[in-house]
Design a protein around this ligand. Structure first.
Ligand code: GAL
Ligand code: CA
Length: 338
């Protein structure tokens, strides 16, 4: 073989794997630097984290997931460490949805693509700062609308739920993290469903918890039941299942059968529905949100368009978001979600 041909062959041998590697590290392996805002969160730790790990393995990429322990400052440091380590892409679950700007700026100045997931940035226009940032989550309002419609139709079907017979719904609400788009939208739209149906509502109490926790649900429900309005409560609206589980423990402790609804459709919620201890929940499809997060991250790391070769669709409203749909889970259909 002439020297020229040998050289051409050599170039081809080197160039071929590089063409496939795209923006990957020299070792040829894609590394995703990821976090969960706190491992203490039932849904994030129980559904999103295991699926991020198993789906990344399925896709043949490495994902490192750290616990931000509910502290945005800690997350900022973790991002610095990921950047120093040279990860190929970041998959970030903001602790504070109002703090997206600093995260986006870090990724941008390091030239690393960024997929935000589960907590949508609340600062207007912030997603336009960087062409390599996207969001994977849901349409927050949809969960409130579905939960609200479920509650309205059950309320209409059960006249005895109006314990004081005044035609209005006296409810208590477990909100979740104040300022979190899911917490805000669920609070607004679940109650709006009653307004839309012409059913008056009266809010007896509302409590927020940045960690969406079971302990909070248990403590608040117990306190409400023994408060001056304890006997007036006709409905418990929980913006997630984790808080509902705590409330159910307190309701059972007080021998109360006040109807209660959640969001997420965790396995334990399906069991509570089967046992008649919970009236409904809304599937928050963490499995598909995790998969979309990994798919977008891998594409971005390879320098491809974020949804190329996938079934995910970016919203056409400029939000640069993939939104996975919610589904109503009732005593009639909960078996389908086991
Ligand atoms: C919501 C979920 C909550 C909580 C929260 C964390 O989508 O319904 O249970 O996990 O995300 O950001
Ligand atoms: Ca009433």
């Amino acid at each position: 073989m002439s020297k020229r041909i040998v050289l051409l062959l050599l170039v081809a041998l080197i160039a071929l794997p590089m063409a496939f590697a795209g923006g990957q590290e020299e070792d040829g392996e894609i590394v995703i630097g990821a976090n969960i805002y706190t491992f203490a969160d039932n849904f994030m730790n129980g559904v999103m984290k295991p699926e991020l790990e198993s789906y990344a393995a399925e896709r043949g990429v490495t994902i490192e997931i750290v616990d931000s322990e509910g502290q945005q400052a800690k997350l900022n440091d973790q991002i610095d460490v990921f950047i120093t380590k040279g990860v190929d892409v970041l998959a970030i679950n903001l602790v504070d949805p109002a703090s997206a700007r600093s995260v986006i700026e870090k990724a941008q100045s390091a030239g690393i693509p960024l997929v935000l997931f589960n907590k949508e940035a609340t600062e207007a226009g912030v997603m336009d700062l960087y062409d390599q940032v996207w969001y994977v989550g849901t349409d927050s309002a949809e969960s409130g609308i579905i939960q609200g419609e479920m509650m309205v139709s059950d309320w209409q079907a059960n006249p005895d739920w109006d314990r004081n017979g005044d035609g209005a719904v006296q409810y208590v609400l477990l909100k979740g993290e104040p300022g979190h788009p899911d917490a805000e939208a669920r609070t607004e739209y679940s109650v709006k469903a009653f307004d839309d149906a012409g059913i008056p509502t009266e809010e007896l109490a509302l409590e927020a918890d940045p960690n969406w926790s079971t302990q909070h649900g248990a403590d608040k429900m117990a306190a409400w039941l023994t408060s001056s309005f304890g006997d007036d409560i006709e409905l418990v609206i929980a913006n997630n299942d984790g808080m509902a589980f705590g409330a159910i423990t307190s309701l059972k402790g007080a021998d109360s059968d006040i109807p209660i609804y959640g969001v997420d459709a965790l396995d334990q919620a399906l069991t509570h529905i089967a046992d008649g201890e919970m009236n409904g929940t809304v599937l928050n499809d963490g499995v598909n949100q995790a998969r979309a997060t990994v798919d977008l991250a891998v594409n971005a790391a390879m320098g491809m368009a974020p949804t190329e070769g996938t079934d995910w669709v970016l919203q056409s409203d400029g939000s640069k978001a993939v939104r996975v749909p919610y589904v109503a889970v009732t005593p009639e259909n909960y078996q389908d979600f086991r």
